[in-house]
Design a protein around this ligand. Structure first.
Ligand code: UDP
Length: 327
């Protein structure tokens, strides 16, 4: 178990994947907490516009770089490693890049942290549980992952990253903390991300039918982004040894069809559906057990789905309106 005193300056924080959906919200939260933050992003799926506020803050710097060389990564006291395509459409578009950032990229982050004697938070995923045969999923479950299927670049990439993080803990006593992040939604999701919540909102606002994959009886649980990034910071800053990994997500579970109905209600339309085949290896059910997060981080999600949906729909309405208005 890691126990050494930390030498790295805790006032300087590196966030990889800083221009992404989660990364940018985390950067904003850390800046609001008075920290100096260096964001690293290759802008392959992240967007500069997500960092509009952060980039006006003199305590923030964005480095455009990929993570495959150590020299790309500055010394800091804390490393949040979020860089990776994360939506099924994005990671399946670039499976090799996804495997690379989660393997070589994670290696470079861990090596940098080892040299700086810093603390690391690895953003892992509920996808390490694959199509789970245990429900809901707690951290002791080893998962049910197809190692050669279309999702394996992400699932196995993250499993490799977890294994590497654990090896650094055991070998060097590096303080590596692993967050298994379940489905998260909120403002700054990309409209073309292919995620169920963003797809349904965008389709609903355009007056189109919702694309329902399979029968829509597969389940997910959705965590609002402000809750999630609070969980990440709590996990990073929890004093002493905390168990790792820890699930972060909202246990309230919906079928995909129920999700469509809730989005439709929020937008004020009647849902209609366009049926499409269920993607290969699509998990049938997913919901986190968050007992560890409650006990060791004092964390549980606070934003109800109805409320988070309202904010997210509002965000997409504003984005659409600003696209339509003359420059
Ligand atoms: N889904 C759907 N219609 C869409 C997008 C997704 O029915 O337009 C389904 C998808 O098959 C999956 C669930 O919604 O069962 C969540 O998909 P998402 O891509 O958001 O995330 P995942 O949890 O699969 O990584």
């Amino acid at each position: 178990m890691p126990s050494r005193a930390k030498r790295g300056s805790t006032s300087r924080i590196v966030v990889t994947g800083a221009a992404g959906f989660l990364g940018s919200h985390l950067v904003d939260r850390l800046l609001a907490g008075g920290h100096r933050v260096i964001g690293i992003d290759d802008l392959s799926t992240g967007r500069r516009s997500n960092l509009r506020d952060a980039r006006n803050d003199p305590r923030f710097r964005l480095l455009r770089a990929d993570l495959s060389t150590l020299s790309a990564i500055p010394s800091a006291g804390r490393y949040y490693h979020l860089a990776s395509p994360a939506s099924p459409s994005a990671y399946q578009r670039d499976p090799i890049g996804t495997l690379r950032v989660n393997s070589v990229g994670t290696y470079c982050v861990l090596e940098s942290a080892r040299k700086a004697d810093a603390r690391v938070l690895l953003a892992s995923t509920s996808e390490v549980y694959g199509d789970p045969s245990v429900h809901p999923q707690d951290e002791k479950y080893w998962g049910n992952v197809n190692p050669i299927g279309p999702r394996s670049c992400y699932d196995e990439g993250k499993r490799f990253a977890e294994a590497l993080g654990m090896a650094y803990r055991r070998r060097y006593g590096l303080d590596v903390r692993i967050a298994r992040i379940f489905n998260t939604y909120g403002p700054r999701m990309a409209a073309d991300d292919g995620r169920v919540v963003s797809n349904f909102i965008v389709q609903g606002l355009r007056g189109e039918a919702f694309t329902l994959y399979g029968k829509g009886n597969q389940t997910r649980s959705f965590c609002y982004v402000s809750d999630l990034v609070e969980g990440l910071e709590r996990m990073m800053e929890a004093p002493g040894d905390v168990p790792t990994p820890i699930n972060l997500g909202n246990p309230r579970e919906f079928t995909v069809r129920q999700t469509a109905e809730m989005v439709a209600r929020e937008i004020g339309i009647r849902p209609t559906f366009r049926h499409e085949p269920l993607p290969e290896d699509d998990p049938k059910q997913r919901s986190p057990v968050i007992q560890r997060a409650r006990q060791y981080l004092g964390w549980s999600p606070r934003v109800p789905f109805e409320e988070g949906l309202r904010e997210t729909v509002q965000y997409f309405r504003t984005v659409r309106a600003s696209r339509r208005s003359p420059k």
